[in-house]
Design a protein around this ligand. Structure first.
Ligand SMILES: Cc1cc2nc3c(=O)[nH]c(=O)nc-3n(C[C@H](O)[C@H](O)[C@H](O)COP(=O)(O)OP(=O)(O)OC[C@H]3O[C@@H](n4cnc5c(N)ncnc54)[C@H](O)[C@@H]3O)c2cc1C
Length: 595
C-alpha cells in the first residue's frame, strides 16, 4: 500500500514547523499532529465545519495521547483556545471530553463541553521554553474531537468561527498560499477512489492515459474499504477483468474480511503505473470556463497543502457529486413524485414513491460489531445515547442500521447523522451489556465513517428510471448491465410494526427486474461538457438508483467512463462526442460485440 509516503512528508513538514506563527500567535492543526496516538483524522465534514479534525474513537475506552512539537515565537503568557464540539449537549456530562497537556503540564480546563463547533477558551498558560510539546488527552473514548489549538499572547483576541473568515485566517497563519500549487498535466482526473473511481482509473490507464486519482482517505474502495466494510454486490457485466482486482468476497457487512480485500485493491492500483494516486487529498473546489471544468483543487487532509489538478476530462466518483455541483452541473436530490417518471407501485404506495416530491432519500449507516472475549468486559453508562437507542439491545449491526430522517440532508447534516448512529450503537450495546449473557462481549470494531447510499444525483443526457429497469430496455449505448432487483429503503418507524420506535433502523422493498441495461448517456453531465460521473451520483431517479447503486455495477460505470476518457483523447472530443460518434468503439473496448 502507498499509504504512508504522505505521512513521511507530514512529519518533515511538522519538524520544520508547520505549526506556524504570526507575531504572537501559534496555530496548531490537530490533524497535523506528528503522533496521532489513538486519535483518527476525520475529514468527512470539512464542508460543513471547516477542517479535518482529530477524533478520539475509542469505543468507550480513552485512546492514547496525540502529541506534537510546537515552537513558540517567544516565551511568556498565552491564552489557549481549542476548536472543538460537544457532540451531544444535554443533561449529562459531555461524552467527548479531553484535556490539553502543554510542556508536560495538564491544563485544568476540560474541552469538548460546549455546544456546536466553537473555540473553547482554555485560560492562560505561561510558556517558559520556546520549544515544547502539546498533547491531547482523551478522557472518555467516546468521540471527543479537536480541530485546532490556538495560543495567543493577545488576551483580547477571539478566533473567528465563521467558515469563510476562519479559513482565510487559518491559511494566513499557517502560511498556506491562497492559490494551490499546480501539478503536472493529466489526461484525466478522477475524484473519489471508491470502486467506481478505481475502475475508471484502471480502464483509462489500460488505454495509455496519464491518470490522477484524488481521494480523501488513505485507503481505497469507498464503502468497500476496511474503513467502512460493505462487501461488493452486483454483476461484473463485461468488466470482470478489471473488477476482479477491486471487488470483495462476500463477508458479512462490517467484517474484518474487508482488510485483505482492501490490500488486494491497493496492490491492483499500485500495479497500474499510469495512475498517480493522491491519497488523503480532498477536493474542495473547481474552476470553470463557460461549461468546461478547467481544474479541480484539493487539500491534503493532514498538512492542509493545496494542489490544482488540470485536465481535459474529469470523472466525478465522489458519491456525493461534489465536482458536478461545484461546476454548476444540473443535479437532483430526493424522491421524485411517482408521476414524474411513472414510478408508482400501488403495492407499497408512498413508501415506494411519493405523490409529491420530497427529500427522503436512502440513509447513512455506521457498521459495527463485537466479539466474545475470555474475561468479563465492562462498558460505561452512556446516558447521552439513550434517547436514541431507547430499549434496543444489540451486540452488532448490519446494513439496516441506517438513518435517513426526512429533515436531515445526507450531505449538509452528515456529521449529525453519523453521530446519531454513534448514539444508536453505543446505547444499544450498553443495553445489551445489562444482560449477563453478554458479560464477556466487547466492542470489536465501530466504523467512524458514515456509509452513504444516496445523496446528489448528477443529471446526464438520459435519466435512468424504474421503467428502464422493469422493461429491460436495451439501449444502443448500453455500457453497464445488472440484474439486481430494485431495492429502496425506508425507515422502519415510518410504518407501524416491530421496531417502529427506533429511528435508526430501516427496511428494504424489492421489485423484481431481470437483466437491465444502463446507457452511456447516464454517465456524462448534461451541461458540463467535460464531466463524467461514475458511482451512485450517476444520472438516475431515486427509484432508478435502487438496483444499480451497488459496487460491482458502479465499477462497471467506472470502466465505461475510463474508456470513454481514452476516446475523448483519441478523437479530441468530449463525452457527448463519444456518444454521438464513437459509441460502438466504446462498447467494443468494454467487451460488447456490435449490435
Ligand atoms: C451499510 C451499507 C450497505 C450496503 N450494502 C451493499 C452491498 O452489500 N453491496 C454493494 O455493492 N453495495 C452496497 N451498498 C451501496 C454501496 O456501498 C454504495 O452505493 C456505493 O459505495 C456507491 O459507490 P461510490 O463509488 O459512488 O461511492 P463510495 O463508495 O462512497 O466512494 C466514494 C469515495 O469518494 C471519496 N470522496 C468523497 N468526496 C471526496 C472529495 N471531495 N475529494 C476526494 N475524495 C472524495 C469518499 O471518501 C469515498 O471513499 C451499501 C451501502 C451501505 C451504506
Amino acid at each position: 500500500m502507498k499509504k504512508r509516503n504522505i505521512s513521511v512528508a507530514v512529519a518533515v513538514l511538522l519538524v520544520c514547523g508547520l505549526s506556524v506563527y504570526a507575531v504572537d500567535q501559534v496555530l496548531v492543526e490537530a490533524e497535523n499532529f506528528q503522533e496521532k496516538g489513538g486519535w483518527q483524522v476525520d475529514q468527512q465534514f470539512v464542508h460543513q465545519m471547516g477542517s479535518p479534525y482529530l477524533l478520539a474513537h475509542g469505543m468507550g475506552i480513552p485512546v492514547s495521547n496525540a502529541k506534537t512539537a510546537v515552537e513558540f515565537p517567544s516565551t511568556g503568557e498565552y491564552t489557549v483556545w481549542v476548536r472543538t464540539k460537544n457532540w451531544v449537549p444535554g443533561k449529562w456530562e459531555a461524552p467527548g471530553r479531553f484535556q490539553l497537556i502543554v510542556a508536560g503540564k495538564v491544563l485544568e480546563k476540560v474541552f469538548g463541553t460546549e455546544e456546536g463547533w466553537c473555540w473553547q477558551n482554555g485560560g492562560s498558560i505561561g510558556i517558559t521554553d520556546r520549544k515544547c510539546t502539546v498533547e491531547l488527552k482523551d478522557l472518555t473514548g467516546f468521540e471527543g474531537r479537536c480541530d485546532a489549538i490556538l495560543f495567543t499572547s493577545d488576551k483580547a483576541f477571539t478566533p473567528p468561527n465563521s467558515l469563510k473568515e476562519m479559513t482565510a485566517w487559518r491559511d494566513k497563519l499557517l502560511g498556506i498560499p491562497v492559490e494551490p500549487e499546480t501539478t503536472e498535466k493529466f489526461d484525466v482526473v478522477v475524484v473519489g477512489g471508491g470502486i467506481a473511481g478505481c475502475a475508471a482509473c484502471l480502464a483509462a490507464e489500460k488505454q495509455g492515459l496519464k491518470v490522477a486519482l484524488v481521494h480523501d482517505r488513505p485507503l481505497l474502495g469507498g464503502n468497500a474499504s476496511s474503513e467502512v466494510r460493505v462487501h461488493t454486490e452486483g454483476i461484473h457485466g463485461k468488466s470482470a477483468e478489471i473488477l476482479k482486482g477491486l471487488d470483495t468476497v462476500h463477508w458479512p457487512n462490517g467484517a474484518a474480511g474487508a482488510i485483505p480485500d482492501t490490500e488486494k485493491r491497493h496492490k491492483t492500483m499500485d500495479a497500474a503505473k499510469g495512475v498517480k494516486q493522491f491519497l488523503c487529498w480532498r477536493a474542495y473546489a473547481v474552476s470553470t470556463e463557460g461549461s468546461t471544468i478547467k481544474s479541480v483543487d484539493a487539500r491534503h487532509i493532514e498538512t492542509g497543502e493545496k494542489k490544482r489538478f488540470a485536465a481535459p476530462i474529469f470523472i466525478d466518483s465522489t458519491g456525493d457529486g461534489w465536482i458536478g455541483v461545484w461546476a454548476g452541473a444540473e443535479h437532483t436530490y430526493g424522491r421524485e413524485s411517482r408521476n414524474k417518471y411513472g414510478e408508482e407501485w400501488d403495492k407499497h404506495g408512498d413508501l415506494w414513491s411519493p405523490e409529491k416530491p420530497d427529500n427522503r432519500v436512502m440513509g447513512t449507516s455506521v457498521l459495527w460489531n463485537s466479539k466474545k472475549v475470555d474475561q468479563p468486559s465492562a462498558f460505561p453508562e452512556v446516558p447521552w445515547a439513550m434517547d436514541v437507542a431507547k430499549d434496543k439491545a444489540a451486540i452488532n449491526g448490519e446494513w439496516f442500521w441506517e438513518y435517513s430522517s426526512n429533515d436531515k440532508h445526507q450531505i449538509n447534516d452528515a456529521e449529525e447523522i453519523r453521530d446519531h448512529m454513534f448514539r444508536a450503537i453505543y446505547g444499544s450495546f450498553a443495553n445489551a451489556k445489562k444482560n449477563p449473557s453478554n458479560d464477556n462481549v466487547r466492542l470489536e470494531w465501530v466504523s467512524y465513517m458514515g456509509g452513504k447510499r444516496e445523496s446528489v444525483r448528477l443529471t446526464g443526457d438520459y435519466i435512468y428510471t424504474q421503467k428502464d429497469a422493469i422493461s429491460n430496455t436495451c439501449f444502443p449505448d448500453t455500457v453497464v448491465e445488472e440484474k439486481r432487483d430494485i431495492d429502496v429503503h425506508y425507515q422502519k418507524n415510518l410504518a407501524s410494526g416491530k421496531d417502529c420506535k427506533y429511528d435508526f433502523l430501516s427496511t428494504a422493498l424489492f421489485r423484481r427486474t431481470g437483466l437491465y441495461f444502463i446507457p452511456f448517456r447516464c454517465l456524462y453531465s448534461k451541461n458540463i461538457s467535460n464531466l463524467m460521473m461514475a458511482g451512485r451520483c450517476f444520472s438516475c431517479s431515486h427509484v432508478g438508483l435502487g438496483g444499480p447503486r451497488v459496487m460491482n455495477t458502479t465499477g462497471q460505470m467506472g470502466v465505461a467512463t475510463g474508456y470513454a476518457a481514452a476516446l475523448c483523447k483519441k478523437y479530441n472530443t468530449d463525452p457527448r462526442g463519444v456518444y454521438k460518434n464513437h459509441i460502438e468503439e466504446l462498447r467494443k473496448l468494454i467487451g460488447y460485440t456490435a449490435q
